[in-house]
Design a protein around this ligand. Sequence first.
Ligand code: ADP
Ligand code: MG
Length: 266
Amino acid sequence: MSGALLEVRDLYKAFDGVRAVDGITFDLHPGEFLALIGPNGAGKSTTFNMVNGQLRASGGSVRFAGQELTRMQPRAIWRLGVGRTFQIAATFASFTVIENVQMAVMSHHRQLFSLWRPAASRYRGEALALLERVGMDTQADRPCSELAYGDVKRVELAMALANDPKLLLMDEPTAGMAPRERNELMALTKRLVVERGMAVLFTEHSMDVVFAHADRIIVLARGKLIAEGDADAIRNHAKVKEVYFGNGLTFEHPPEAAVADARIPA
Ligand code: ADP
Ligand code: MG
């Protein structure tokens, strides 16, 4: 055992013969804030979805706390403590901030969500404590539909924490946010990583944000892991520069990718 929380070995996924993820190997340790970067189509989302069970790997292994995940259902993986952030579904935007978090808390306690008052109110204290962690307790009773975009992202983070994850996966958590909001959300997430001893694997398009907040960075290009290291090592890595600048991209202005819709597993 390497002491790693997540051990990814020779992970491979082909779609109709196209190698989306082509044999990647990396570790993630408790308390680590690890960024997965690379140009569009590099295989970042495919990697995430194999770790959380949404996609079945074509080969290789993913071990979490010593358990093999590649044959497990998403719900079982989520129960083990692999969390992810979910976009608040449109149907829940009309509910208040705290009701959305109560739903996540009830799901963690394996209760069906209902706004039947006695059931929901049992979890109000727990939900409020989570909202306090992300600095949203004073807005608990506002409808989510009224919130600023960055505040919605904080609520989504509180919802992810309701499951008490040991590993949190965040695929483009700051997509659509202004630079200042991006930095605030990443700084908040980093604090939570340290406080809870949780590990985070995230993708992010703004290289400024990645270089400022990540403990370590791994770089994918065409499904292969081409570099691994801290901000300085990656910034000056010849292959990484070639991949980014060779595509006419710069570290400052990479393209935005589409935000995938995601829901809490039923
Ligand atoms: P990234 O998240 O780094 O932008 P993806 O993991 O989404 O990249 O995609 C990696 C490659 O796999 C791309 O070439 C993409 O077109 C392909 N791909 C992703 N998902 C599918 C799918 N469901 N079916 C076919 N090809 C896919
Ligand atoms: Mg993606």
